[in-house]
Design a protein around this ligand. Structure first.
Ligand code: COA
Length: 338
């Protein structure tokens, strides 16, 4: 559990980027043994965006970060730190964030990557909030950037249909009067579930060899059923903890922004918590599971469509590989993130 001390912190702007190319379920069913009906019924996904060959996570992250910084009217040289969360970073190292910082002109910023599965954006928000709250930095740019299509096994119908590419970014800064604020976090991890969702090879544990390539070990592997079970349990538990910590009630939540993994997971969790459907934000019908980008993509859409108002209570929720989870409770500002 993470409590917030120090000065109040908020998100002052959001930015997003999506590849142009949309791949529908019908298109997938031409190369995979699947159907639009199966994918919609089991996941709620209708289409996803897929980056063009050669486009990497940082390429999308740069666009999203630049938009967020422009919207915040923030001179890039005032950025203190860029944190990128991704399950499909450009490389093992250097950090994807270093290239993003360089390309957006954040010449005085530190840069680092964060690996926390699909919970990455909420983790990045927690780290950024802590740093800004403690006065270490005035402005931290956090970026969830994914080109998951590059690590998918396009022969595996049980995973290939689920994910999509995209990026979302936020500027985290000290809160101003009426500008909303972050109220608290609940972060957690259960490493016993690590093998349930991973890219097995390519790191120090299973270095790349001809055999690992032949055995398709450099692609995303998942035990869908177990991850499903974990997700439906942890969303309710973590949401309850962050609400308790902040002294708020579930019926006060105006918008629930869960990680977009599966519509059945979201509906089950929202039902268990008692959050009505109209207060739940989803975009996986159009984008699939965009991992670290899903929460900021949803939040930006909600903000742009006028769904959020001053003082609204917003619950963000991430969960995924690790296994990890992260909940964040925040109050929306007058203008909201631009
Ligand atoms: N099209 C058609 N059939 C498919 C399929 C596809 N794309 N993918 C799997 N199937 C088949 C399976 O082979 C299985 O067939 P069988 O009964 O003949 O063995 C059948 O559908 C049921 O498979 P199962 O894995 O039990 O389906 P499910 O209802 O659990 O749904 C997931 C599978 C992956 C959609 C679901 O488990 C899930 O969403 N899990 C969570 C995944 C997730 O969110 N991960 C990211 C977390 S960040």
């Amino acid at each position: 559990m993470v409590g917030l001390e120090g000065r109040a912190v908020t998100i002052t702007a959001l930015g997003t980027a999506l590849p142009d190319r949309e791949v529908t379920n019908d298109e997938l069913s031409r190369s995979l043994d699947t159907t639009d009906e199966w994918i919609r019924q089991r996941t709620g996904i209708g289409a996803r965006r897929v980056a063009a060959p050669g486009v990497s996570a940082s390429d999308l992250g740069i666009l999203a970060a630049r938009q967020a910084v422009d919207r915040a009217r923030l001179p890039p040289e005032d950025i203190g730190l860029v944190i990128t969360a991704s399950i499909s970073p450009d490389q093992l190292f250097p950090p994807t964030a270093s290239r993003i910082a360089y390309e957006i002109g954040a010449v005085r910023a530190g840069a680092c990557d964060l690996s926390a599965g699909c919970s990455g954006f909420v983790y990045a928000l927690a780290l950024a909030s802590g740093m800004v709250g403690a006065g270490i930095h005035e402005h931290v740019v956090i970026v969830g950037a994914e080109v998951i299509s590059s690590i998918l096994d396009w022969r595996d119908r049980s995973t290939a249909v689920l994910f999509g590419d995209g990026a979302g970014a936020a500027v985290v800064a000290p809160a101003t009067e009426g500008g909303g604020r972050i109220l608290g976090f609940d972060l957690g991890s259960d490493g016993a579930g690590g093998p349930l969702l991973s890219v097995p090879a390519g790191g120090s544990r299973m270095p790349a060899t001809h055999d690992t390539v032949d055995a398709r070990q450099h692609y995303l592997k998942m035990n869908g059923r177990e991850v499903y079970r974990f997700a439906t349990r942890i969303i309710g538990d973590s949401a309850t903890r962050v609400l308790e910590q902040c002294g708020r009630r579930i019926d006060e939540i105006d918008l629930f922004v869960p990680h977009q993994a599966n519509m059945r997971i979201i509906e089950h969790a929202a039902g268990r918590l008692g959050i009505p459907r109209e207060r739940v934000c989803t975009n996986l019908e159009r984008y699939g599971n965009t991992s670290c980008a899903s929460v900021p993509l949803c939040l930006d859409e909600a903000s742009a469509s006028g769904r959020l108002h001053e003082g609204d209570l917003v619950l963000l929720m991430g969960f995924g590989a690790g296994l990890t989870w992260g909940a964040c409770l925040m109050e929306w500002g007058a203008a909201g993130p631009l």
